[in-house]
Design a binder for this molecule. Sequence first.
Ligand SMILES: *[C@@H]1O[C@H](CO)[C@@H](O)[C@H](O)[C@H]1NC(C)=O
Ligand SMILES: *[C@@H]1O[C@H](CO)[C@@H](O)[C@H](O)[C@H]1NC(C)=O
Length: 216
Amino acid sequence: MHFSILALPALLSGLSASAQTITGQYDCLPAGGYTLCQNLWGKASGVGSQNSTLRTATTESVSWVTSYTWANGPNQVKSYANVISNAAKGVQLQNVASAPTSWDWTYASQSVGIRADVSYDIWFGKASSGSPATSASSYEIMIWLSGLGGIQPVGSQITTGTVVANHTWNLWKGPNANWEVFSFVSAAGDLNSFDVDLNDFFSKYKPRSDVYEPIS
Ligand SMILES: *[C@@H]1O[C@H](CO)[C@@H](O)[C@H](O)[C@H]1NC(C)=O
Ligand SMILES: *[C@@H]1O[C@H](CO)[C@@H](O)[C@H](O)[C@H]1NC(C)=O
């Protein structure tokens, strides 16, 4: 499982002396049961920088702050930061009985016209050994807790008002390189305090070529 957050913090003064910050284009840092990474793959399309600071990490939780400033190329993605759940990789879906998660987040500050999303990004493949976003991938589920500035998931919207895990979503579907992407976009604006069983997204519905349908 791969969690992404884009946020502008105003909290740096509250960090302890031992806080670790990553600044490089593809840096990662061990973070308890997680790995904190940042990826500035589109930085050449703009001018700016991003860094991510680990605040706390245990086996079961992680907290961090990502700070960025980007100018130019408003339609080009510049960067993201994410935490990877080390334990989620390679888990067989048929063995998943529940997948509880909670995520409290905020845009600590934001510029006028900011374009950003805050999402879960979960990868599925036929073989448990494959890496996400490769030819071993078959589906990607994104769960958008926020999307600002008119940005959209890949593809087109296929449903409105789909209820999964006690929240209402607009569902988008579209292709990526070798796999299909289903993106659940919050229909109720920002979900800053999200606390659900992700298994609802995996077990109550199944992706088909044209819809995401209830499993009867
Ligand atoms: C982190 O990014 C912010 C915003 O771009 C910048 O002001 C700050 O100097 C950066 N800090 C480091 C350590 O790179
Ligand atoms: C929906 O909310 C109920 C009541 O709080 C809770 O028991 C249940 O686990 C929630 N479902 C999911 C999928 O998070």
